[in-house]
Design a protein around this ligand. Structure first.
Ligand code: G3D
Ligand code: MG
Length: 180
């Protein structure tokens, strides 16, 4: 019998121009070049992920577009998310410092146990880099993240791994939750 699979919503946040949309496109275009549409205030994509136990899972990946400063777009954006991906740009220190503001924002709408991951993007821009790996890891720990990766939407570094790992973790948490 065909298994129906699971759908989990994942939201991607962070300052403008850190590479949120590029990361999602990098991932989803290589798997399925479909379903990336602009909606009011957010972009939305679907990715199918095969988990290690053979289970199929779909990620609904949302990222906030330029209208993020309008607070009315954010409650529906966050609603129902199983995981939050915080993205900063390693060439822009402020984008790292402001991750705590993003956390404060989504914490208003999502339960405390929602898992959180941090991506240090644009690592291909070695000469322009101002945030070290160490600083990024420390900030990620301080935010209480369950995972941290350095990425490049341009080269593709770690991008499949990020979404595969997050899908597995979210699925595992879901299975634990329905058992209890
Ligand atoms: P956002 O969705 O977070 O606002 P975008 O960011 O995905 O729109 O990316 C903003 C700009 O950064 C884009 O350049 C994009 O090509 C670039 N970018 C995103 N990720 C990377 C990366 O990993 N490495 C490099 N070198 N550039 C990246 P433009 O010029 O189109 O504004
Ligand atoms: Mg964008």
């Amino acid at each position: 019998m065909m298994r129906k699979g699971y759908i989990f919503k994942v939201v991607v946040v962070g300052n403008g121009a850190v590479g949120k949309t590029s990361l999602v496109l990098r991932y989803t275009q290589h798997k399925f070049n479909e379903n990336y549409v602009m909606t009011i205030g957010s972009n939305f994509a679907i990715a199918e992920v095969k988990l290690l136990d053979g289970e199929l899972c779909r990620l609904q990946i949302w990222d906030l577009a330029g209208q993020a400063h309008f607070s009315f777009v954010r409650p529906p954006f966050y609603k129902g998310a199983s995981a939050v991906i915080l993205v900063y740009d390693v060439t822009n220190r402020r984008s790292l410092e402001e991750l705590k503001d993003w956390k404060e924002d989504f914490s208003k709408y999502l339960p405390r146990e929602t898992s959180l991951y941090v991506l240090a993007n644009k690592t291909d821009l070695q000469d322009e880099r101002v945030v070290t790996l160490e600083e990024g890891k420390n900030a990620s720990d301080a935010l209480g993240a369950s995972g941290f990766w350095e990425t490049s939407a341009k080269s593709g570094l770690n991008v499949p791994d990020v979404f595969q790992t997050i899908a597995s973790k979210v699925y595992t948490l879901y299975c634990q939750a329905i058992k209890t």
